[in-house]
Ligand binder design. Structure first.
Ligand code: SR1
Ligand code: MG
Length: 399
């Protein structure tokens, strides 16, 4: 594989040397470094001063997708896209993204704020931690980034310029293949347990569903509504009970707003599906708070900062919000299905040790996913709540 001539993989030693050279941690003493990357694509070095506990994170992309192996070459430009997206998002809501200290396009490196005092939201939710502000923060984050990067706020030519800088075909291709295509065709099987074959076949043979997925894929590929994070699942969010930070926007591109909304919704739904009945309610509160905050924040920005000559036209805002939400439920359905019978499974489901319970949870996930896709235009959170309860009860009662 050809690599850019200046590209060199970091080691713990060179990561420390770079941190010292840039003066990012003031010390005369020795620094420590661990490679902590557990994601699908990159290496992540955590450099710290053990005396003060001050640290930085150095993220380095490699010229292929780690999870797929060297046979899937992948642009190093994604590191620059990620750094630029963090900077852009930080200009709208600095409280919700890590600070970027340094980036090097040749080495595909971004050095950023150490967030190790926080927990990855997916892990925290699985462990039963409570994040009372998480959904309010993410709702505000998506509303602000979606509004400020759209044609409603930017001059159309300025927006096209930003969109050009965030053209991200290789990372979009991962989504197009692994979320919108492979899980829906029998001839492109993903990874899943044999016991799910019948449920998977139900998806592949559902002509109505497949047509709706085709429409959602078309929406993802062709609509340039706003600059998206592009991979806003709960593994891309650090949280505590008071703080929330969105990380990893290497999939950032101009796309449909519902995609970011839908990713977050789906990844909360894994929790709603897998939790015992009494603990599901908390997740539905998160979902409702998320959409409420998104809508309130977006509406306030629309009323104060919308530059479109049509902004005051009766029904226009409502039309836009309704479209975002129906796209969101559809995209959420695709995400639920791909994390179950496609690539890149989630710990919420795979971490269920008892096989029968795990298969029941995955079967319910597939059914909820298909329902969201087909009924996306009529949905709201209370209805989704009912559907999740019905399908989880039905799947578990067949045990
Ligand atoms: C090949 S990368 C697999 C998945 O990991 C990322 O987080 C995205 O969700 C992608 O689809
Ligand atoms: Mg990621």
């Amino acid at each position: 594989m050809t690599q850019p001539s200046n590209f060199k993989l970091l080691t713990n030693e060179t990561a420390i040397a770079l941190t010292k050279k840039l003066g990012l941690i003031h010390t005369n003493d020795s620094l420590q470094c661990n490679e902590i990357g557990d994601g699908n694509l990159n290496y992540v070095f955590h450099v710290t001063n053990p005396d003060t506990n001050k640290g930085v994170i150095i993220k380095q992309a490699v010229p292929y997708a780690k999870v797929l192996g060297e046979s899937w070459p992948l642009t190093l430009k994604r590191a620059a896209i990620e750094a630029n997206a963090l900077i852009q998002f930080g200009s709208y809501c600095p409280e919700f993204v890590p600070k970027v200290y340094y980036s090097d396009e040749q080495l595909a490196i971004t050095i950023m704020e150490d967030l190790s005092h926080l927990k990855i939201a997916r892990t925290g939710l699985i462990d039963g931690n409570h994040f009372p502000l998480l959904s309010k923060h993410i709702g505000e984050f998506v509303a602000k980034t979606a509004f400020y990067t759209s044609d409603f706020h930017l001059e159309p030519s300025a927006k096209k310029e930003v969109a050009r800088n965030f053209t991200n075909p290789e990372l979009c291709k991962i989504t197009e293949v692994f979320i919108f295509t492979d899980p829906f065709f029998e001839e492109h099987p993903g990874e899943f347990e044999l016991e799910l074959k019948v449920a998977a076949q139900t998806i592949w043979n559902d002509a109505e569903l497949i047509l709706e997925v085709a429409k959602l894929k078309q929406c993802f590929e062709s609509e340039q509504e706003a600059l998206l994070h592009g991979d806003l699942h709960t593994g891309s969010i650090f949280a505590s009970d008071i703080e929330t930070k969105v990380i990893d926007p290497e999939f950032a591109f101009y796309g449909p707003v519902g995609f970011d909304l839908g990713q977050y919704i789906a990844n909360l739904l894994f929790q709603a599906i897998t939790r015992p009945a009494a603990e599901k309610e908390e997740i539905f509160t998160y979902l409702q708070e998320f959409l409420d905050t998104f809508e309130e924040t977006y509406t306030a920005l629309w009323n104060s900062d919308n530059k479109s000559p049509y902004s005051k036209v009766d029904g226009y805002l409502s039309y836009v919000l309704t479209k975002f939400k129906s796209d969101a439920y559809g995209f959420a359905g695709c995400e639920l299905i791909r994390r179950t019978i496609g690539l890149s499974h989630v710990a919420d489901l795979n971490g269920i040790e008892n096989k029968e319970t795990r298969i029941a949870a995955k079967t319910a996930t597939l059914k909820v996913g298909a329902y969201l896709i087909k009924n996306r235009k009529e949905l709201n959170i209370p209805t989704v709540n009912e559907i999740v309860k019905q399908y989880t009860l039905a799947s578990y009662s067949t045990l």
